[in-house]
Ligand binder design. Structure first.
Ligand code: LMR
Length: 392
């Protein structure tokens, strides 16, 4: 049977981790996979996470099953951070998922389950391009049809907002539009407040269903600021989905800590969404892994730990933004990076230029030209600028 499988290339992003690890050059720079790094190049366990781990070790009395929804208190405690308030239980469902990826997959399967039962042509998922390379495969693996519109022009480094609006105005009622809540991956350029307002309006007018991917909250302009656009859209849409990740803002990457929130226009519809989400979670992973979400719960249930987590997150964001300002000031070609937010920017470099950067300058970036700027420090910014100048 398995001879019938088609060979698959290794994931190019994840392959970079091993390539960088095996490079003996001491001055190598890792701007590849999206993890935060501090001034020493480390991806540390956050202080509040360490404290929560110690507390959990002392107090956790059982590792018995929880259920397909995972840690309910965790999903509740995240609500004020994500939505700015506790959301009504009769029109919102929140479940824990294995990372943001698990939340996206669950959302996609929920949409597909509804699409299969609905009469009519069924929902498409609209993705802006470029987008996180895993978005389209997750959607199609769940049985959905993907449609695209151009979001960003890499050569001129501009958001193509008019093209985005034209695509959304042409979308059919019930189509799903995937939106990056903040810190766009891979381009780094987000919508401004008036653009978010316009998106919220078209979503409401056309009857579109927003699927918001919020994976970097707190790493752009602040926890509140980074959720503001998503909240506008969620308020405007009767039905909406939000895939959340704590992997980056709590530094819990390999623990896989996410959540799916589903908003239904009526309590009856919300209940339908809830029962289907629980069934889909059960057939995918039965129940999500506990440890990471338990840590987030311990932190958010304790004012002192929450304050320390926020302070450390503020420091991480400031460090990334200082690197951005140094790059923008260091070379006019890099000036747009000063306006981008989050870890990533998409540089107008060809795959050949990216390969030369790796071969000749020990700079590791994704072939698309995406750079994880958290891999730089103020000390290595000049080295990066020199390397980029050499290949341009
Ligand atoms: C990234 O884009 O680098 C991260 O989201 C890691 C991943 O899973 O792709």
């Amino acid at each position: 049977l398995f001879d019938a499988l088609a060979p698959q290339p290794a994931d190019t992003l994840l392959s970079l981790i091993a390539l960088h690890r095996d490079d003996p050059r001491p001055h190598k720079l890792d701007l590849g996979v999206g993890v935060y790094r501090d001034d020493s190049g480390a991806t540390p366990v956050m202080r509040a996470v360490k404290a929560a781990e110690a507390r959990l070790l002392e107090t956790q009395s059982s590792k018995s099953y929880l259920g397909p929804e995972g840690d309910i208190r965790y999903a509740e405690l995240l609500q004020p951070i994500v939505f700015g308030r506790a959301v009504p239980a009769d029109t919102f469902v929140g479940v824990q998922t294995p990372g943001g990826t698990g939340a996206l997959r669950l959302a996609a399967e929920l949409i597909n389950a509804a699409r299969k039962n609905a009469k009519g042509p069924g929902a498409k998922v609209w993705l802006g391009t470029p987008t996180w390379p895993n978005h389209a495969p997750i959607m199609t693996a769940a049985g959905l049809t993907v449609a695209t519109y151009r979001y960003y022009d890499q050569a001129t480094q501009t958001v193509l907002f008019d093209e985005m609006m034209a695509a959304l105005q042409g979308a059919a009622a019930g189509d799903v539009v995937l939106l990056h809540g903040c810190c766009h991956n891979p381009v780094g350029a987000d919508l401004d407040r008036s653009q978010w307002r316009a998106v919220a309006e078209v979503v409401a007018q056309r009857g579109l269903i927003p699927l918001i991917d919020l994976a970097y909250q707190g790493l752009g302009d602040g926890l509140e600021e980074d959720a503001a656009g998503a909240r506008l859209v969620l308020d405007a849409a009767p039905d909406a989905l939000l895939a959340y990740s704590c992997d980056k803002n709590f530094g819990l990457y390999r623990e896989r800590v996410g959540a799916l929130y589903a908003k239904g226009g009526t309590p009856a519809r919300t209940e339908l969404m809830r029962s289907n989400i629980l069934l889909l979670a059960r057939v995918n992973w039965s129940m999500p892994p506990d440890h990471g979400a338990a840590l987030v719960r311990v932190i958010l249930d304790d004012a002192a730990l929450t304050a320390d987590w926020r302070a450390e997150l503020d420091g991480m964001r400031s460090r990334i933004n200082r690197v951005r300002q140094a790059l923008a000031a260091g070379d006019p070609w890099l000036a747009p990076l000063g306006h981008h937010r989050g870890m990533f920017s998409l540089l107008p470099l060809s795959p050949d230029q990216v390969a030369t950067l790796r071969r000749e300058h020990a700079v590791y970036m994704v072939g698309s030209g995406r750079a994880n700027l958290a891999g730089l420090t103020l000390d290595t910014v000049p080295q990066f600028i020199d390397a980029v100048r050499a290949v341009r």
